[in-house]
Design a protein around this ligand. Structure first.
Ligand code: MLT
Length: 329
């Protein structure tokens, strides 16, 4: 197709108009409260981190950041909500390892592509994940628990936040390595799942430091191992999975912020600036560290770093999910 000078002049004028419209939008953004979608129930790790960061972001942005727990389909409904939201930065989402990486291999009907269908804002935190059991459980160590769950797999209850959530995929990895198929008990998030573990209603739960640390310190649950190479700074008395005898049990959990796909770059930059200001704040940092969450590197706090990271995480989870043979129908 041949394009004359007129075409290019019109194209240049269109680009200039679009750029100045984006610039104008960024100048006035945010013009109203920002809704932060949390894919899981209130009181769980995603919710706790989102509220902490959102509260500080509201101070930078000069508008309230309102938390909405948009729960369903192991957190993936919130992603669909974000896709259907206006691309002006007033609706954002905290996604995680499950909703934005493992779900791709687990769920053939996933309604979004985590890399292509969102505008990444920045990685918020990483979070060690632990295998925990009810306080009254007969096992005191991971080795004892492995023997117990092998002997009791037909009745053992494994709480999680829905097929594809990180509590599910993490214990799925453990169950696969150990060779057991216990009864999964799904919840709307690990906030309510942890309540039931503390009440002794379920046998075990794989959950993130943010949820585990307060209960572990209060002695309301038993924490048998952290699924990492190194011990968690927040819970140094808990052995690593390798130390506890199950070296194949390793998982990293992260939370990340996304906006709708066509959000103008200057608006994403403003959101990213507010996120980075929150992560650099001494009080927010101290609170996240106390809860066992870790602040990501400066590169991963950037939109481009997060885009690359999500792609790599999708690839990392694919063989794990394939080996487990699990799929959401
Ligand atoms: C939550 O916030 O409830 C958890 O992150 C859910 C999960 O285990 O994926």
């Amino acid at each position: 197709m041949r394009t004359g000078t007129g075409f290019w002049l019109r194209a240049a004028a269109f680009a200039a108009c679009t750029a100045s419209a984006s610039f104008a939008q960024a100048q006035t953004f945010p013009s109203k409260p920002v809704t932060m979608l949390i894919p899981f129930a209130a009181g769980g790790p995603t919710d706790v981190v989102g509220r902490l960061v959102g509260e500080h972001m509201s101070r930078t942005l000069g508008q309230p950041v309102i938390i909405e727990n948009a729960v369903g389909a192991a957190g993936t409904l919130a992603g669909q909500r974000l896709m259907a939201s206006p691309a002006d930065g007033h609706v954002i989402l905290i996604g995680h390892t499950g909703t934005h990486a493992a779900a791709v291999s687990l769920n053939p009907n996933l309604k979004y592509r985590p890399v292509e269908d969102f505008a990444p804002v920045g990685l918020v935190n990483t979070n060690p994940i632990f295998l925990t059991v009810r306080k009254t459980h007969p096992s005191a160590t991971l080795a004892e628990f492995v023997a117990w769950v092998k002997a009791n797999e037909k009745t053992a209850s494994n709480a999680h936040a829905g097929v594809g959530s990180v509590s599910h995929t993490t214990c799925l990895l453990f169950n696969t390595v150990v060779g057991v198929k216990p009864n999964g008990v799904p919840y709307r998030g690990t906030g309510p799942a942890m309540n039931d573990l503390v009440a002794g209603q379920v046998d075990y739960l794989c959950d993130q430091a943010v949820n585990v640390a307060p209960q572990h310190r209060a002695g309301t649950i038993k924490t048998l191992a952290v699924a990492s190479t190194a011990r968690a700074t927040a819970l140094p008395d808990v052995p690593t999975s390798t130390e506890a005898g199950v070296p194949g049990f390793k998982v990293e959990v992260w939370n990340a912020m996304f906006a709708p796909k066509d959000t103008p770059a200057p608006v994403v930059t403003k959101l990213n600036g507010a996120l980075k200001a929150a992560l650099a704040d001494a009080t927010v940092k101290a609170k996240l560290n106390e809860l066992g969450a870790e602040i990501p590197s400066a590169e991963l706090q950037e939109p481009a770093g997060l885009r690359f990271f999500v792609g790599a995480e999708i690839e990392r989870w694919a063989p794990i999910i394939r080996a487990s043979g699990v799929k959401i129908e």
